[in-house]
Each structure stands twice: as C-alpha cells, then as structure tokens.
Write a protein that binds this ligand. Sequence first.
Ligand SMILES: [Zn+2]
Length: 245
Amino acid sequence: MTGGLRPLALAGALALSACAAPPGTCAPPRIVVDIGHTPDAPGTVSAAGVPELTFNRSFAERLTTALRRRLPADGTVRTVSIGDPDQKLDRRVAAIAAQRPSLILSIHHDSVQERYLTRRTVDGMELTQTDAAAGFSLFVPADTPVAAGSLAAAQAVADALAVAGERPSLHHAEPIPGENRRLLDPARGIYAGDFLKILRTATAPAVLVEVGVIKNPVEEHRLSDPATADRMADALARATASACF
Ligand SMILES: [Zn+2]
C-alpha cells in the first residue's frame, strides 16, 4: 500500500509546487459546480426520506454563493443545472466541458452498503438508516492527465474541511462488494474515482465531494443545519477560489 502511494504523493507534490507559481501566472479561475444526480435518478434517500438531489441542490447553491464571494475579479463560477429532466449524465459531462473549466466540483451526499442499513416504517413508508459511517469523502480521477491537479485540489479541500471541524470517512475503502475503493490519501479521505464517468472524462482537475452521510440520522440532522452547510461550503470556496491547480 505504502509503495503504491509513493508515485501519487510525488504527483501531488509536483502539482502543489506548480501551485506555488508566482502570482498572476495562473489562468483566471473558471469553476464549475456540478449538482450530482437528476430528477429521474435522484440518488440515495436520507434517513428522514429526503432525496439526495435535494441536499445536492441546496449545498451547490451555498457553494456557488461562497465562491462568488471569494473568487478573484477575473474568476467565474457556473452551476451545471439539472432542472431539465433530459439533462442526464452524458449531457452534464458535455455541459461541463463546454464551460472550459479550470476546476470541477461535483456535489453529492453519501450512503453505505445495504448490510449496514437498518429499516423502519414511518407513515407506511419504509426508510433505512445507518450509524456505521459519518464524514466526508473525496473522489478524484487518479489515472488521467488531470490526476495531479485533482489530487492537489482534493487535498486543499480536505484540509479546509478539517479546519472547519469536519472529518473524513474511510468506509469506501472497506474490502466488501460495492466498496473496496482505492485510498490515495487516507488521512484526508481521498479516493481514486476513475470508475465515475464524470471524473474519468474530466478535462480539468475535478473533485467529487461526498459532503456527508445522509443515511446517518445524526449526520443528516447536522448537515440540514444551514450554519453547518454554509461553513462547509465556505471551506470548499476558501480552498479553491483563488488556488491554481
Ligand atoms: Zn450521489
């Protein structure tokens, strides 16, 4: 494991040294915020029965606002809208590429594998929840030309979230069916995400952010608090708005 991490650590170090270029040498930041999922495939369902898409939209809006506040004057932020029910994954990928982004932040909220879910029925509706996992996870392309920049961006995001009091979850690395994801940076909860089309096809550094585990009722309650969501959104903005990845 350690040996396998060395080239990636080196890649990250190279990317970080590129970030240390003299001020003014970076292209103006063009950040795209991608709202994970679509109305007809709204992702997971929270412990309280709220679709993931609802969380993703709300957080993306807060992040966009935070980025606008922190971007340099020549920077731009675009949110890839999924209001159009036809805007499926392929179209989102094309819409992101058309923005010629310098950085892509894809916003999601997390779940766990079936074996960790407990069931309850509320008003005739079956809901599932877990207390087996909590915390953020970050996925990046690890085997594409934008791997180094993506890892550097994810490291900056993880560090800013840690300063904001958040902790990573390592549950995606558990060696069970459906998980077993490759950890690139265990201390920061960063995983290889090349199995995700939005990352595999990214033409700019990209980070898919699982903000937290909404199948966990305690975490869902916390993330539903606007103050918590705003603090996390601002951490992401602080890490990315004027950085050069
Ligand atoms: Zn998702």
